[in-house]
Design a protein around this ligand. Structure first.
Ligand SMILES: [Ca+2]
Length: 75
């Protein structure tokens, strides 16, 4: 393998890594990404709800701190 071929492969690798990290959302709390029907259980919805200081995903419509009461609990 010629030396420049290795350099090109390394460059492609670095570009791919940068693209993967650049496409990651900074935080799931920055925009409304989920609805209750995206979750299979109330606990899963609660976990996402608890991550954010505010109810950005509108999972707690009656503001009682419990997300997606309409979903079944696993317990
Ligand atoms: Ca609620």
């Amino acid at each position: 393998m010629k030396p420049y071929a290795l350099a090109i492969l390394l460059l492609i690798f670095v570009v791919l890594i940068v693209l993967i990290f650049a496409s990651e959302p900074v935080s799931t709390c920055q925009e409304d990404l989920y609805n209750c029907n995206n979750f299979t259980s109330q606990e899963a919805a609660q976990e996402v709800f608890d991550l954010c200081d505010e109810d950005v995903h509108h999972l707690d419509s009656n503001n009682d701190g419990i997300a997606c009461e309409s979903l079944t609990t696993t317990q």
